[in-house]
Design a protein around this ligand. Structure first.
Ligand code: FES
Ligand code: FES
Length: 155
């Protein structure tokens, strides 16, 4: 075990952790951040997506020790004052999920997309979200929701 210090959803944290355990496990066990979900565990489904220094990362592939000195954000950081983020609201209104297991990963990936490209075409949405898998097959609704979220977030 070693002390790992990092910023988590805007707060400074210092936690004793096995530096070689997946960040995914640390976030769920130590911080109860259950939006971070494991499905494949090998970096191909996107269910465990978090932002590390603003870039989307599969937390199942990142070791806890690699979080040292970084800024980690999870879905839990998006809503403010009990209000859903515009991306979350668009997913809800478009019914862009069935079981919703994949949804936090899609929302985090969408956030990165819209930061890089505030008005993506449907093809650009599909391309950016290609690393996220929805086993329920909600892709059509997801693309609709992302496109709507982009509109809502226009200044
Ligand atoms: S659980 Fe991490 S990419 Fe699938
Ligand atoms: S809504 Fe079930 S896996 Fe995507």
């Amino acid at each position: 075990m070693e002390l790992v210090e990092f910023e988590l959803n805007g707060r400074s944290e210092a936690v004793a952790a096995n530096p070689e355990e997946p960040l995914l496990d640390l976030l769920r066990r130590q911080f109860k951040l259950f939006s971070v979900r494991e499905a494949c565990g090998i970096g191909i489904c996107g269910s465990c997506t978090v932002a590390v220094d603003g870039k989307q990362v599969s937390s199942c592939l990142m070791m806890a020790g690699q979080a040292a000195g970084r800024s980690i954000e999870t879905l839990e950081s998006l809503s403010e004052g009990g209000e859903l983020h515009a991306i979350q609201q668009a997913f809800v209104e478009h019914n862009a999920f069935q079981c919703s297991y994949c949804t936090p990963g899609f929302v985090m990936a969408t956030r990165e997309l819209l930061e890089q490209n505030p008005a993506p075409t449907p093809d650009e949405v599909r391309e950016h979200l290609a690393g996220n898998i929805c086993r329920c097959g909600s892709y059509l609704k997801i693309v609709e929701a992302v496109t709507d979220a982009a509109t809502r977030m226009q200044p």
